[in-house]
Design a protein around this ligand. Structure first.
Ligand code: G3I
Length: 371
């Protein structure tokens, strides 16, 4: 009798345990972007206020299951986080960090020094002491607050013109070119553990790439910490240039820094500057010609998008040892900045998830490379 009871209770424990193990195996085997690319690089996503506040259940689910890295799309920019001389807004950035920590994600701070989205009191300031004080306080306070919690910082963002010379920003005009070195030194001091990146768009293109190489070389020669270069990756399905991207990966990694693709998206819409011969000012206006897919993305375009993403990720995998992270600039198509730029009010489809958070063909073309 005793034996039977023992047998039954043993079965009672083992059977549910067996089924639970099966379920958890099944769950584990569901491949997502982050699990598929786990051994290659961080798969990141840029998130906004609604995601940080976890207001949208579908978005939350995707962010957590598909990605293992987050970047703050807007809320760590100076005009938001440091709106007045002595006033900082840390509410959202604290929550952003908590979200990343809770989900064990790679956290990227974006961005410490950028000519754009500056608070009004510094935007057109031409006083050297003011700009320097602002930059010093800003980096020490913001990077210092999150020291040890942020994995990487975009320390300086978009400091270059298209021809590879330094952008005539408020920082360059008041502080001279030394501001870049000082920014990296300040960041290293405020958060010695964070990986420090120079981040820019179009730096895969030869002239601008040369400028970025100069920046890295100068910092290295001066013994200043720089860990990586962020190639933003705002590209178009019509003009994607894989050769330039590959050359850039090789060139940057030769300098002894990692390469990250920090703001990846592929516009499927015509860009005004692609329309040779057209009046650029005219084409910046919204029109049916410039906004052709208001009723949905045609399958033929979805196929091209999927192919371009596949080509890109093949290249990323080829160079995975040089690449630290790939971050998509937005969770789904509806969330993308490309619906408003360079023409307001368009309907774009640049990401892997559609407006209903459904996986697009492009999602599978990226995922299935890791079969
Ligand atoms: O938060 C305000 C809101 O209060 C206001 O009602 C609304 C009215 O327009 O504007 C909101 O701010 C907008 C903000 O995004 C948040 O949605 C700004 O106008 C808008 O300019 C801002 O655009 C961002 C842009 O950077 C400028 O900061 C985009 O979302 C963001 O995707 C984009 O990201 C940049 C990277 O930081 C650097 N690299 C290029 C990339 C694309 O431009």
């Amino acid at each position: 009798m005793k034996k039977n009871i023992f047998k039954k209770s043993l079965l009672g424990i083992m059977l549910p345990a067996f089924f639970l193990a099966q379920i958890s195996c099944a769950q584990k085997s569901v491949k997502t972007l982050k699990t598929a690319y786990k051994k290659d690089f961080v798969m990141g996503v840029a998130i906004g206020t609604e995601h940080i506040l976890e207001k949208d259940a579908k978005a939350n689910e995707i962010i957590k299951s598909e990605f293992n890295g987050i970047t703050a799309e807007n809320i760590m920019k100076a005009e938001v986080i440091h709106p007045q001389w002595d006033k900082y807004n840390f509410d959202l950035s604290d929550k952003f960090i908590e979200l990343g920590q809770k989900n064990k994600m790679y956290i990227t701070g974006h961005t410490l020094v950028w000519h754009s989205q500056l608070p009004p009191f510094i935007r057109r300031n031409n006083n050297k002491d003011s700009v320097q004080t602002f930059m010093r306080n800003h980096i020490a306070t913001v990077a210092g607050r999150y020291a040890g919690k942020i994995d990487s910082w975009d320390v300086v963002n978009e400091a270059l013109e298209e021809d590879g010379t330094l952008r005539k920003s408020v920082y360059l005009k008041t502080l001279g070119e030394g501001y870049i070195q000082e920014a990296f030194e300040l960041a290293a001091k405020a958060d010695p553990k964070a990986a420090l990146y120079y981040n820019d768009y179009n730096i895969e293109q030869p002239a601008k790439r040369k400028g970025a190489i100069e920046i890295v070389k100068k910092l290295k020669a001066a013994g200043v910490k720089i860990d990586g270069v962020g190639i933003q990756g705002h590209w178009s399905i019509n003009t994607l240039n894989l050769q330039e991207i590959e050359d850039a990966i090789v060139d940057f990694s030769k300098l002894g820094v990692k390469v990250a693709f920090t703001e990846l998206d592929l516009t499927v819409l015509p860009n005004p500057w692609d329309m040779k011969g057209a009046d650029v000012n005219q084409s910046y206006k919204n029109s049916p010609q410039m906004n052709p897919y208001t009723a949905g993305m045609p399958d033929s375009v979805g196929v091209v998008l999927a192919q371009k993403y596949e080509d890109l990720f093949k290249l990323f995998l080829k160079h995975k040892d040089s690449i630290s992270r790939i971050t998509f600039w937005g969770v789904n198509d509806g969330h993308s900045w490309l619906n408003g730029f360079p023409i307001r009010g368009r309907v774009n489809y640049p990401l892997l998830f559609d407006r209903n958070y459904e996986k697009k063909k492009a999602y599978f073309s990226v995922l299935n490379l890791k079969k």
